[in-house]
Every structure is written in C-alpha cells, then in structure tokens.
Design a binder for this molecule. Structure first.
Ligand code: SF4
Length: 293
C-alpha cells in the first residue's frame, strides 16, 4: 500500500500533476489528494496551479468542468465509467425542446450536468450560488436543469420568479425520506440537521441548515453546537471528523452512499498517472459560472 503511495508521489512530480478529490471520495483517496473540495471549487483551484496535468478523482462531469476551465492542461479521470446519473438525466435535445416550450426564459443548469448541456444553457450555477444567480437574472421565468430538488429549493427562495424545474434527481439524495429524518432525530434529538438541497423539499423543510458540501463543512466549523446530523453523501464525514475531532456526527441514513463516487481506488490513480486514462477534450463553446458563492 505504501509502495503505491510512493509511486503516485513520484509520478506526480515527474508529470507535474495535481490530484483532486471530491468530498464524496473514499478516505483512502482523500488522504493522497493535493486538494479536496466540491466540484467547481476544485476546478477553479486547479486552474490557478502551474500543473500540466489534473487527475480528478470524482465523476465524469467534474473532470469535464476542470477541462473547460483549464483547456491547456491534460485532465484525467482515473475511472472512465465513474458517471453521475443526475448529470445524464438531461440532454442537449431536452434543452432545445424546453427553449421551444418556454420561449424567452433563461435556461440555468446546475454544475452537475454534462459539458454539452452546459454549452446549451445560458448560465451554470453551483448548489452554493444557485439562489443568488437566479435572483440576479433579468428574465422572470427560469428553466432549471437537471435537478428538480435544487430547482424547488431555488423556487422557494426566489418567489418573485417563475421557476420551471426539470425532472432529474440525484439517485442518492432523492431517496432520503421524512421517515429517515424522524428516526435519526429520535436517536439524536439534540443534534442539528444539515442537509444538501438535492434532498426532496419535505426533507429540506425539516433541516436546521441547507447548503452545499462546502457550506455544510463551513457551518459545522463555525458552529458552537457539538452534534450534527449530516444529510449528504457519507464521504463528507471523513473530512468533517478530521477537521472537528471534538464534535459528533450522525449520518442521516446509510442510503447516502454514491457508488460512482466510490469507484476510484489508489491503483486507478496510479494507472492514470502512469499510462493516462480517459483524456477530456475542451468544448468549443464555454459556459459561465458566477463567482459569487
Ligand atoms: S451523489 Fe448524486 S449528484 Fe453526486 S455524483 Fe452521485 S449521483 Fe451524481
């Protein structure tokens, strides 16, 4: 195991590479990464480095986003079939159809979408800035793709606009139920409930705090509270426990496990560095992400 780690470090140096790990990766991957974060934050940070190569431990749309922001760098996804079902739920032909159905509307896509969908949309948002960006648009009607739950969350926070959420959903967060919330609150009644807006509106409405993975981590660090129920993918617990050894964490439900995010192993990272894996091409049309979080 140590040999793999050593070899990864050597190859990283030789190839002038940087390893990025999303918060939902396994602890094993997080521990060898140069940067850990959420998808857009990582792509932005990687762009600022002078690395020639980015190894993105995450899912395909994340590596695509890194390539869009750093077209001059080689971007590798260690497991080429690590995809995101949510991102694949909307296609560019859906966008064309929605534009015909809702003429004059702004088309806003969540960063969890394919490069093709981003290129067809008017603007791209993260779960952290979706509310602010939608508020800032001049259009009164907004088509929001692909996540219906984030779309509903935005609609609730921006009642002055008409939001048309697409029907997609994250297969991990969408399955959390109010019953799961009830059970965990029975076990830890004095814990704060923090959830991701990819959860359904009935779960979101029960939360003490709703935010992206990075916002949940920040909230825990800034809070004086000692116990937290975490309503997002379980990988985040590794980082939360490391950063807050004095605090207690409960996972909202064991269902919060993304198989695609857990596909990457250290050997895949080694192989990617050694032989290269799926190389990502930059798309012709770029997309916008408002920087304000
Ligand atoms: S947790 Fe959901 S949105 Fe994230 S990669 Fe897995 S399926 Fe996609």
């Amino acid at each position: 195991m140590q040999d793999i780690e050593k070899r990864i470090a050597q190859l990283k140096e030789e190839k002038n590479a940087v390893i990025l790990a999303h918060y939902y990766q396994t602890g094993d991957i997080i521990d060898i990464a140069d940067m850990v974060g959420d998808s857009y934050g990582l792509s932005r940070k990687a762009k600022e480095t002078d690395a020639d190569m980015i190894v993105f431990c995450g899912v395909k749309f994340m590596a695509e986003s890194a390539k869009i922001l750093s077209p001059e760098k080689k971007v590798l996804l260690p497991v080429p079939d690590a995809g995101c079902p949510l991102a694949d739920m909307v296609t560019s032909s859906d966008i064309e159809r929605l534009r015909r159905e809702y003429p004059g509307s702004a088309v806003v896509c969540y960063v969890n979408s394919t490069a093709e969908v981003k290129a067809e949309s008017d603007i791209c948002v993260t779960s952290a800035n979706a509310v602010d960006v939608v508020k800032s648009l001049k259009e009164e009607r907004v088509v929001f793709v692909p996540d219906q739950n984030l779309g509903h969350y935005v609609a609730e926070k921006v009642p002055e606009k008409e939001i048309i959420p697409f029907s997609g959903y994250c297969i991990v967060h969408h399955q959390v139920s109010v019953d799961d919330v009830k059970k965990v609150l029975d076990a830890a009644p004095d814990a704060l409930l923090l959830v991701h807006p990819e959860c359904t509106p009935d779960v979101v409405n029960k939360a003490d705090f709703v935010g992206s993975t990075a916002q949940i981590i920040r909230h825990v660090q800034q809070s004086n509270h000692k116990k937290f129920i975490i309503g997002t993918e379980m990988g985040i617990l590794h980082v939360l426990k490391k950063k807050n050894p004095d605090k207690e964490f409960y996972l909202l439900t064991p269902k919060l496990y993304c198989t695609n995010m857990k596909k990457t192993k250290r050997l895949d990272v080694l192989h990617a560095l050694q032989y290269g894996s799926m190389k990502l091409r930059s798309r012709k049309k770029s997309w916008n992400v408002r920087k304000k979080a």
